[in-house]
Design a protein around this ligand. Structure first.
Ligand code: SF4
Length: 299
């Protein structure tokens, strides 16, 4: 298969994948929302959750995006070094986004920074946004597609502290971020926390954190405990779905970390909303593919 032929397959499959991913939540998110609804005791919260589920059902049945803000497209890519068509990936994803904007349809959200002109097809300078991890072995291309809506982007932040400020500063920072602006992000949220050494790597890690499949934990026991403690604390704020009184402002808190400089600790916070539209799809070196984010759904 030539690079051009592989790119055509990738474009076609990714366009269809995006058309599903903007209309339907991944199975793990849908199940988590069910659990959150069951845990809420107030009638108001149950009514809100029921309206969420009604919206999701209608969106799928009517073939429409499950939220009007279909965001900007981000792709987090893990590519084995032996995948033969690396050069085809970026142009194929750009074309898939442009085509899905018309066929899904996706709202035209993408604006050039300095001309302030809407590009009309959700592509533009460095958009869709691609983050690559090249894996030293393997020949698979794993793509995580994420629709970054504005309400979820607004609370995002990162800061560097001195180590003497300790974990307490990190915890306060996360609480402030969620309490200040996350109410605009249609809770219950998935809160991603990145722990690193500067704003750049903490921010990237926080994004990777909330893209992780639900039900997974940080591999280090202290990281996993921090996730549990933050979740319990945030859910003790008395904020529920849609920012109204309730018991679950967050579905889960995920922490990702890197080694740090001796003299800095950095924290990044990113949140995602109840319509957490992220899906995983894997292409093999013969360009066959599989996805298990939406079981039983054919593209
Ligand atoms: S926060 Fe999420 S559900 Fe709410 S408007 Fe934005 S994209 Fe839609």
């Amino acid at each position: 298969m030539t690079n051009k032929e592989a790119g055509a397959v990738l474009t076609d499959v990714m366009e269809r994948f995006l058309c599903v991913a903007c209309k339907r939540l991944p199975d793990d998110v849908y199940e988590k929302l069910r659990q959150c609804r069951a845990a809420e005791t107030s009638e108001l919260q149950r009514v809100i959750y029921d309206s969420y589920f009604d919206n999701l059902r209608r969106a799928w049945e009517m073939g429409r995006p499950c939220c009007q803000d279909t965001g900007l497209l981000h792709f987090y890519i893990r590519c084995g070094a032996d995948f033969p068509y690396m050069g085809a990936v970026e142009p194929a994803l750009r074309l898939a986004v442009a085509r899905a904007t018309a066929s899904a349809p996706l709202r035209e959200n993408t604006v050039d920074y300095f001309t302030e002109r809407n590009t009309g097809d959700n592509t533009g300078e460095r958009m869709p946004w691609l983050h690559w991890d090249i894996l030293p072995e393997g020949s698979d291309l794993e793509i995580c597609a994420y629709f970054a809506g504005a309400g979820c982007c607004l609370p995002g932040r990162a800061q560097v502290f001195k180590p003497a400020d300790g974990y307490g500063a990190i915890v306060k920072y996360v609480f402030d971020a969620v309490a200040d602006l996350a109410l605009n992000a249609c809770p219950p949220l998935i809160v991603g926390v990145g722990l690193g050494h500067n704003v750049e790597n903490a921010a990237v890690l926080s994004k990777m954190a909330y893209l992780r499949p639900l039900g997974t934990s940080h591999p280090h026991p202290k990281g996993a405990k921090l996730e549990r403690d933050l979740l319990a604390g945030l859910n003790g704020l008395g904020i529920g779905a849609q920012g109204l009184p309730g018991e679950r402002v967050a579905m889960e808190v995920h922490v990702e970390s890197s080694a740090r400089h001796t003299a800095t600790i950095a924290v990044g916070v990113n949140v995602s909303c109840y319509t957490h539209r992220r899906g995983f799809i894997t292409f093999h070196e013969d360009m066959s593919w599989e996805q298990d984010s939406y079981k039983g759904v054919s593209l």
